[in-house]
Design a binder for this molecule. Structure first.
Ligand code: FCB
Length: 440
């Protein structure tokens, strides 16, 4: 008996299921010739990362990838969404490639194909090589060219076997979370840096898409994260603040990538800080795409606040929370699957990340995660029934892993990892998923 409320048979026959991971979070970045990243620098600065943990060893996926791919195959999944590390391919960010790094991704992709898995590549899941950060990182317009070169080097090697590719995971996190809120590397709190990063990340996306098209690759998309913004009260001020939050988080990148324009209500705050002649870059950012991936976890309650733009404060409401302190709000997933169509105009949508952290051990029932997945699958099915072209659902994450500023404490995996022995042990949610996927 499956613990999930749904089986494969409840979804359209071509609907795909997958799991996601990312390079720095699982590989073991101190090994195999990878270069230093801005996450190593950020973590070495006191107070930034819980217990100053890093991805140096992580899940040791670099050496255990075959076992990990077996776990994905054995669950009956279709897609493996993985990422390549820029600093593993190019330790200095530019110049000489690390042959061992290219060999690793080459073997990994072949390993997926040998197991019948579709390789879904993300080219940047946040491990910026430190030498590029020294040059200004995402603040420097040249990053678009550096990123295009990296894309060319990696995809010339593995692009022929990739099922789908997206340049950058969660542009909002790269831009806003890392340069305005300062919670992720490089940990800045600077609106001018933010405006530049928010623009250059789109430019890098566009340049990478051009490169991949030039190499003959298809099925290219974007992976953005979305947070359901709800007003804390119904006051006009809180409603307006919610709209600003929604613009920054949910509409900036969609507007640029799919319509070639930034939302006016966000430009109100950022225009004064944008790089010169940014308007000329919009056609490059707005490339033809084949799909949109939505990463969705939670909602946020927004209130207006004193102080400079965007003059808002963020709050947590009364819904049950995950180990992250994130409210469980499946309604938001349905909202964005519907809302995104204003931008994507009939293109296939994928949920490219969804899941929850729980302080679980492999011996616990794992009911909270099963229930979280159930509720979000229900929201996805509701959208499909209403005609939304949702083509797949990818769970974050295969393994417990390095959860960025929160270190190894927050466990998102379907598979438990003991970070001492590195033993993998499937949780009840993994078994429930396997049973559900076997029922066609
Ligand atoms: C997303 C990230 C992913 C992971 C999950 C919990 O924002 O893409 O790496 O940290 O959140």
């Amino acid at each position: 008996m499956s613990g999930l409320g749904y089986t494969r048979a409840d979804f359209p026959s071509d609907f795909l299921f997958g799991v996601a991971t990312s390079a720095y979070q699982i590989e073991g970045h101190a090994q195999g010739g990878a270069g230093r990243t801005h996450w190593d620098d950020f973590a070495a600065t006191p107070g930034n990362v819980v217990r100053a943990e890093t991805g140096a060893r992580a899940c040791d996926h670099l050496n255990r990838w075959e076992e990990d791919l077996d776990l994905i195959r054995d669950a009956g999944l279709d897609i493996y969404r993985f990422s390549s590390s820029w600093a593993r391919v190019l330790p200095e960010g530019r110049g000489t490639a690390n042959a061992a790094g290219l060999d690793f991704y080459d073997r990994l992709v072949d390993g997926m194909l040998a197991r019948g898995l579709k390789p879904a590549l993300t080219l940047y899941h946040w491990e910026l090589p430190s030498p590029l950060n020294d040059l200004g990182g995402w603040r420097n317009r040249d990053i678009a060219g550096w990123f295009a070169d990296y894309t060319e080097i990696l995809c010339s090697r593995i692009g022929d076997r990739i099922w789908s590719a997206a340049p950058i995971n969660e542009p909002w996190c790269v831009g806003w979370l890392s340069h305005f809120i300062g919670a992720h590397a490089p940990g800045l709190r600077d609106i001018r840096a933010t405006a530049r990063a928010m623009h250059h990340v789109g430019l890098a996306h566009g340049r990478a898409i051009e490169v991949m098209r030039g190499l003959g690759m298809g099925n290219l998309g974007a992976v953005c994260n979305f947070e359901y913004a709800l007003p804390r009260t119904q006051s006009a001020e809180d409603m307006a603040a919610t709209r600003r939050y929604d613009g920054i988080y949910n509409r900036w990148f969609l507007g640029a990538m799919f319509k070639g324009v930034y939302p006016e209500d966000v430009l109100e705050g950022l225009a004064a800080h944008m790089p010169d002649h940014w308007q000329q870059d919009m056609p490059t950012i707005c490339q033809k795409l084949d799909w949109l991936g939505l990463n969705y976890y939670t909602c946020k309650r927004i209130a207006s606040a004193q102080g400079p733009w965007p003059s808002l404060s963020e709050h947590i409401g009364d819904l049950p929370q995950t180990q992250m302190g994130w409210e469980i709000c499946p309604e938001g997933l349905h909202h964005f699957l519907t809302f995104a169509q204003d931008y994507t105009d009939g293109l296939p949508l994928y949920v490219t990340e969804n899941g929850m952290a729980n302080p679980d051990s492999p011996d616990l029932p794992d009911q909270a995660r099963i229930s979280y997945l159930n509720q979000h699958l229900a929201a996805a099915l509701r959208a499909i029934d209403e005609g939304v072209p949702l083509k797949g659902y990818i769970i974050w994450s295969l393994l417990d892993n390095f959860e960025w500023a929160l270190g190894y404490e927050k466990r998102f995996g379907l598979v438990h990892v003991d970070f001492n022995s590195l033993q993998r042990r499937p949780k009840a949610s993994y078994h429930a998923l396997r049973e559900a996927l076997a029922q066609t």
